[in-house]
Design a protein around this ligand. Sequence first.
Ligand code: CA
Length: 234
Amino acid sequence: MIMNDIHHILIVEDEEKLAQLAADYLLNAGFSTDILSEGDAVVAWVKQQSPDLILLDLMLPGRDGLTLCRDIRSFSSVPIIMVTARVEEIDRLLGLEMGADDYMCKPYSPREMVARVKAVLRRLQPQASQTLDTDNISLDADRFRVLAAGREIELTAVEFLLLQTLHRRPGHIFSRSTLMDLMYQDQRIVSDRTIDSHIKKLRRKLHELLPNYELIHSVYGAGYRFEPLPNTPA
Ligand code: CA
């Protein structure tokens, strides 16, 4: 990713060692960071400093991450990656639609955290990724086909609908139950309720089309999301 400005990341985390570790890795990756270790100071800080992204722990002394996320969303669309200690929590958080951009579970690998931060920032550079997205993949809804790299591949109706749903909101995490509900709004579809197996087949087909990319990511404990192609020259 080419960055003209150094992105400033706010780490909200009350475990001092973990906060420091995250800061070290982000610094190494070319970001600048600040750490806040309790919840009550966060809103004022964000208003004043306008960070480029927030890593937000859920359980905090003072105001908790959930409340903070809602408070921040009332005045800012700054990207937020929510950090929770329990993977089961992620599904509940998704259901609350609190507006976080991604979720991570502790203990996380600092390397993966940095990759997530970069992915969220890349996704939110609107022009670049949207153009590439439509340039590189297009969906033909009349024939249930997906076109990429000058080739096309045929999908089943269910696969197509899944891809279309994920593709419409790049980066958004859809839980299995949300995907299921969306499938069922469409009367043409289907008796088979196993989202996972459809996703698996869909991924295999997309992989034939674009062997070097993983377009559909599974988010552990949460669901699936569509990740646009990275910013590489065609
Ligand atoms: Ca905590």
